[in-house]
Ligand binder design. Structure first.
Ligand SMILES: [Zn+2]
Length: 374
């Protein structure tokens, strides 16, 4: 039979993270077959299951991570099993965003999850989750403020209060389960980059996809999050679209043709302990298709993208927008080719000479992109 789960409908971004959290939890609990469909700002997950009382199962490494968090232990060697735990600490190191995520987990979430871990999925069987848990804008005992990288639209915002008439800041609070799942999604379902007060996130939002594809993507995010942070340290100036093009070109993005994903990105910063949204946006799934087509024709595409990121981040931004919105416009595609050629010609390095020789293949790839989009 088919069992249906619903993400709560907080906002598209948070719900996408929660979706990846749910997908992971399903996989850990032995359920990997099903479908995901986006409806408005939320997802409907249809899982092939024996019954509709899904028992969830957390792996021992995650339970251990939560216990260690509660005890505030920092120096523990856990080997491979401890990736989640050490990543949580890597997140917190030198990043106020990460620190705040971790503190919330430690103080308000860990105990609740550990005492009720078998019932997490059960909380998402009803489409009325948000109402049942009393999640809203404000403060309430037992609920946790969604910090910005987990909920950019509602993390902090202003509302009119009548007496006195002024703008007041009201956080958006969610239940410990939503908080925990969005942290799982942040870890397993997105490319994230944290440094000092900055936080950048790229993830993929399915319109319609198989649960298997969502899980495969989540595994490629996980692999990339190991090598991506080191590379991105030198790519600070990338815009949201530029960063999306970068990580999707360098990462593995092979998907079955029946699944359709849109790109979501967010960029956040912290000034004087105040979280701020720098940019949040989405790009259509055609960007993914274009990248896949170009990579097929030009194997050195990731190398070219990395070269451009170092020399001209603005060009990366323009390429991302063209491959997202102008694939039917041959002049726009030709414009990209010319800009890349002139960048390579102005550079006397061996790498630039090598890449310039590959541009015939890029031209072929772009022609195929145009054919598929025109
Ligand atoms: Zn909730």
């Amino acid at each position: 039979m088919v069992c249906i789960l619903y993400t709560p409908g907080h906002n598209l971004y948070t719900d996408t993270l929660i979706l990846y959290g749910i997908a992971r939890l399903l996989a850990w609990s032995g359920k990997v077959s099903g479908e995901v469909e986006r409806v408005g700002e939320r997802y409907v997950v249809k899982v092939d299951a024996d019954n509709c009382h899904p028992v969830s199962q957390l792996p021992e490494s995650i339970r251990l991570a939560l216990r260690l968090l509660q005890e505030e232990q920092q120096q523990v060697f856990l080997g491979d099993e401890g990736t989640f735990y050490s990543d949580l600490y890597r997140l917190a190191r030198g990043s106020k965003v990460g620190e705040s995520i971790l503190n919330n987990l430690r103080i308000r979430v860990a105990a609740k999850i550990l005492s009720n871990d078998a019932n997490i999925l059960e909380k998402y069987v009803s489409p009325g989750h948000k109402k049942l848990q009393g999640e809203f804008r404000g403060r309430k005992k037992g609920l946790v403020t969604l910090v910005l990288p987990l909920g950019p639209l509602y993390g902090k915002f202003y509302t009119w209060s009548l007496k006195p008439r002024r703008l007041t800041e009201k956080p958006y609070v969610v239940c410990p389960y939503c908080y925990f799942l969005s942290v799982l999604g942040f870890h397993y379902g997105s490319y994230t980059y944290q440094k000092d007060g900055e936080s950048k996130v790229v993830t993929l939002s399915p319109h319609h996809a198989s649960l298997e594809d969502v899980l495969a993507l989540s595994q490629s995010f996980e692999a990339a999050s190991i090598w991506m942070p080191a590379i991105l340290r030198y790519r600070n100036s990338l815009t949201g679209p530029g960063l999306s093009l970068y990580v999707l070109s360098l990462g593995e993005t092979l998907l079955s043709s029946s699944s359709h994903f849109e790109v979501l990105y967010g960029e956040f910063s912290v000034d004087n302990n105040t979280f701020r949204v720098v940019d949040v946006g989405r790009l259509p799934g055609v960007l993914l298709t274009s990248i896949a087509i170009i990579k097929y024709h030009m194997a050195s595409w990731p190398r070219l993208i990395d070269f451009i990121a170092r020399r001209d981040p603005g060009l990366l931004h323009r390429i991302a927008l063209t491959l997202s919105f102008e694939v039917g416009n041959e002049y726009a595609l030709y414009g990209i080719l010319r800009e890349i050629l002139s960048l390579l010609n102005d550079d006397k390095s061996q790498e630039a000479r090598y890449l310039a020789k590959q541009l015939d293949r890029l031209a072929e790839g772009l022609a195929m992109v145009w054919e598929s989009g025109g």
